[in-house]
Write a protein that binds this ligand. Structure first.
Ligand SMILES: *[C@@H]1O[C@H](CO)[C@@H](O)[C@H](O)[C@H]1NC(C)=O
Ligand SMILES: *[C@@H]1O[C@H](CO)[C@@H](O)[C@H](O)[C@H]1NC(C)=O
Ligand SMILES: *[C@@H]1O[C@H](CO)[C@@H](O)[C@H](O)[C@H]1NC(C)=O
Length: 299
């Protein structure tokens, strides 16, 4: 008798469990940050746990822009939502995944994207996952180093400027001289230029570094001077870009010898000039004396 009841409860709970098994959205893929010139693919995967799929809906900021209903006609429907342009025929959904391709419409395409899956009657269970996407004007090129030569001598003064590409996100520039950051006095204040374009305020940073090629940074490393400029965007380490340039570096000793040789040749030349001048002077003076003596003799 007792066992009968137990069995009854066990069966009931099994049936109940099947009707309440949740369906899950297992994964959603929405790019975190994207350039406004790109197309993006949003996708979502789900586990129906034995339920029949009734619909998959995509929302931007709670507004539905795409629907997949495998049991109805039409199977796919798109709805107009600001900032969203579903690419014609560029979507595919089935019982386990749903993918939609969009072209972007600038800053207004930024938002919260949600994939919502519903099971069939009578329960119409719902499951959803969401993620944010930022649509920005991202730098399209590596930072530019200007004013850097291919050859330097020790003790020489060096000045170079790094310029980031235009971007709607603030960029931070960092210099590295042979792997080390410059000292405070070696950096000029960053110059920020902004221009309005494509609904964004695009900004470019320029940072000048200047220093004498002297001190421990250059004594230890020989022959190569390496300058690196790194452009980073806060919160998005994947958008880091960098440029490295190198120059040959003539060592101090060589330079000293060169200067010495230079000086020797110069002073020799000067001596020669002055001695020839002295000779001319002497000859002319003698000539004048002879003339004078002759004159005095004649008178
Ligand atoms: C975006 O997709 C459209 C339609 O397929 C295509 O014409 C366009 O070139 C794509 N744009 C980019 C940046 O890939
Ligand atoms: C749904 O489509 C994806 C991608 O084409 C495929 O890998 C998967 O096996 C399909 N699932 C079902 C249940 O047909
Ligand atoms: C999306 O952005 C909103 C508002 O900035 C934030 O509250 C929310 O936590 C973000 N969601 C995700 C999944 O990052």
């Amino acid at each position: 008798m007792d066992y009968g009841w137990l069995l009854f409860f066990f069966c009931c709970s099994l049936i109940d469990m099947q009707s309440i098994t949740a369906l899950f959205v297992t994964d959603i893929s929405v790019p975190e940050i994207v350039d406004f010139r790109d197309n993006v693919t949003l996708s979502c995967s789900y586990d129906m746990s034995g339920h029949t799929l009734n619909s998959v809906k995509w929302y931007k900021d709670r507004l539905e822009f795409f629907r997949y209903t495998p049991l109805m006609r039409p199977v796919y429907i798109t709805f107009p939502v600001a900032g969203i342009q579903v690419l014609d025929g560029k979507y595919f959904c089935n019982e386990s995944t749903c993918r939609v391709d969009l072209s972007l419409l600038g800053a207004k395409s930024t938002g919260n994207f949600k994939c919502e899956v519903s099971g069939d009657a009578p329960h119409f269970k719902l499951a959803a996952k969401e993620d944010n996407m930022t649509v920005a004007a991202l730098p399209q090129s590596d930072p530019l180093i200007e004013g850097f030569n291919s050859m330097y001598r020790m003790e020489e003064f060096l000045s170079a400027t790094c310029a980031s590409d235009y971007s709607s996100l603030a960029t931070k520039l960092t210099w590295y001289i042979n792997g080390e950051q410059p000292m405070l006095g070696e950096l000029q204040p960053t110059i920020d230029t902004s221009i309005p374009a494509h609904d964004y305020i695009l900004r470019r940073q320029r940072l000048q570094v200047h220093f004498y090629l002297q001190g421990h940074r250059f004594y230890l490393v020989s022959k190569i001077l390496e300058l690196k400029c790194v452009a980073e965007i806060e919160n998005y380490p994947e958008l880091r870009r960098e440029t490295t340039l190198s120059a040959s570096l003539t060592q101090f000793d060589n330079l000293n010898n060169q200067m010495l040789r230079h000086a020797v040749t110069n002073s020799a030349a000067f001596e020669c000039r002055s001695c020839s001048w002295k000779r001319t002077c002497l000859v002319s003076s003698l000539f004048v004396i002879i003339l004078l003596t002759r004159c005095s003799h004649q008178s």
